[in-house]
Ligand binder design. Structure first.
Ligand SMILES: Cc1ncc(COP(=O)(O)O)c(C=O)c1O
Length: 503
């Protein structure tokens, strides 16, 4: 029972709004009014890339098709390209380059590290004949959770006035973290529908600069289905050169609308906050984050390294079988040694808390004993690591999806610990206990319900840090999700924490 906690770094959860938008009958993709949808979709994805000058292509396919489209539309057979292997996806892209007949200069780094900028600089500086035609980098290596500083790569090319194309795989980054196609002077960027865009898999997107579009008129690597020029001829009238997935186009327009209602800056800030919560939890668990350099740590996926004796495959299996929690497995050389927590797409703080709670329980189930006493100090009290979000502010309307999370708390309350779920607000403190406001009415009703359920409501003075519940004894407030969300709705903001009983 309960919805699957889908915490892999793609495919991600599809919001109800997007599902509704896609739920429709087939339509004639050659009809007179189709261009309305065609233009809306093409313009929407262009805004996601933050591109004004170039063109963004929509292909039926996935990110892998996007890689191939970018390479084959802009390069000739045997062209030399630079690429760095720092995880499975950069490895697969290099493999594709070789199979297409390109000559990649492969730079290997230890997985967990970022781009070797000094080695790249040597190659660019010494290539006076401009034999290198492209520098291909993965913005967010989903295997390791390591990011690339794209503007730094651009600067490197500019420093030596090197004309190589800058090609970027943004499959697990674009739409979730800052990505500025025009400003960073990217020539080709690739992404897919099933990650930050919160859609099912099925669309591959490639954004091309005017320079790349010009090159696509003469590039000789074979391409037919993915021809930029064929697409341009149709796209100019709002059509596609073959039958498009109409439901996915509707979904795309709706998903971008959601991102833009939230605002790109807020979307990026949300992803940063959630990923930071994951990182704090990992540190509290005394585990290592695969990406060693904090500056490069991904805001969409965290790869968690496991100590010898704890099997990553078992972690992923247990999380799924016991808690209905889907975590990303360690890939290729990280298989069994790591697992991954996705933090992208349609997620909020409570979703993340639930996932972290599930990971903690799974770690313990799988024999990990590295968390001292399973408690963590916060504000002078011992609390569960999941409480690292405790001082997070939730704003009005953010509490929509609570029922999912409480499934996990129920597991907790069945464990050895006592828990209290704390809710407080500045607004609440200013109100008299017996005031007959909607907030107080909800509150009294909640207290009665909690008492009837054998729980005790613990009300704390409003505090920015997490404080312990006063008094001793069993301190449990486990609120039914429906009542909690009802109660929270009128509040300006709340603080939430999950406490373990300090013995
Ligand atoms: C960084 C990165 N690049 C490329 C891909 C491949 O994309 P797809 O599976 O959509 O073909 C993935 C998939 O997870 C990815 O994370």
């Amino acid at each position: 029972m309960g919805r699957n906690f889908l915490m892999v770094p793609g495919p991600t959860n599809v919001p109800q709004r997007v599902q509704n938008a896609m739920h429709r009958n087939s339509e004639d993709h050659r009809s007179l009014d189709f261009p309305q949808l065609g233009f809306a979709a093409l313009e929407a994805i262009k805004r996601v890339f933050q591109c004004r000058q170039g063109h963004a292509f929509i292909f039926p396919g996935t990110g892998t098709l996007g890689w191939e489209a970018a390479l084959t539309n802009c390069l000739d057979p045997s062209d030399q390209v630079i690429s760095v292997r720092f995880g499975q996806f950069s490895h697969l892209w290099i493999d594709m380059m070789k199979r297409l007949g390109l000559r990649p200069i492969e730079l290997d780094v230890e997985w967990g590290e970022g781009l070797p900028m000094d080695r790249m600089e040597d190659l660019i500086r010494n290539d006076r004949a401009h034999d290198i035609k492209a520098v291909c980098v993965v913005h967010n290596e989903t295997t390791t959770g390591v990011c690339t500083d794209i503007p730094a790569v651009r600067q490197l090319l500019d420093k030596y006035q090197h004309p190589a194309f800058l090609m970027v795989d943004g499959v697990s980054s674009i739409g979730a973290v800052p990505f500025k196609f025009d400003e960073w002077k990217i020539d080709l960027a690739v992404t897919g529908s099933q990650k930050a865009l919160m859609l099912p898999a099925g669309l591959g997107f490639v954004c091309a600069s005017p320079r790349a579009l010009e090159r696509s008129k003469t590039a000789k690597l074979p391409h037919v289905y993915m021809s930029f020029q064929d697409h341009l001829r149709s796209n100019v009238d709002g059509f596609f050169p073959y039958t498009p997935s109409v439901p996915l186009l509707y979904g795309l327009v709706e998903a971008v609308k959601m991102l833009e209602e939230e605002g790109y800056e807020s979307v990026w800030a949300r992803h940063h906050k959630l990923a930071e919560g994951v990182r704090r939890a990992v540190r509290a668990w005394n585990l290592e984050i695969c990406c060693r350099e904090p500056r490069l740590q991904s805001d969409t996926v965290t790869t968690v390294m496991l100590p010898p004796g704890i099997d990553g495959v078992q972690i992923v299996k247990t999380a799924f079988q016991k808690y209905n929690l889907s975590l990303g497995a360690g890939l290729m050389r990280l298989r069994g040694k790591a697992f991954r927590i996705g933090s992208l797409g349609d997620l909020n703080e409570l979703t993340m808390l639930g996932a972290l709670a599930g990971v903690e329980m799974t770690l313990r189930d799988c024999g990990y004993r590295g968390i001292q006493d399973w408690r963590w100090r916060c504000g002078g009290r011992r609390v569960l690591p999941a409480a690292c979000f405790a001082s997070t502010r939730f704003h009005r309307g953010d509490c929509k999806d609570l029922s999912r999370h409480f499934i996990c708390w129920r597991h907790f309350s069945g464990s050895k610990h006592d828990f209290v779920f704390l809710v407080d607000s500045p607004a609440l403190d200013q109100m008299r206990e017996n005031a007959d406001t909607p907030v107080q009415r909800h509150r009294r009703w909640l207290c009665t319900r909690a008492a009837a359920d054998g729980h005790r409501m613990v009300r704390l003075p409003c505090t920015r840090a997490v404080r312990a519940p006063p008094g001793g004894g069993p301190r449990i407030l486990f609120t039914p999700s429906s009542s909690l969300s009802l109660w929270l709705r009128p509040l300006h903001s709340i603080h939430i924490g999950v406490y373990a009983k300090a013995s």
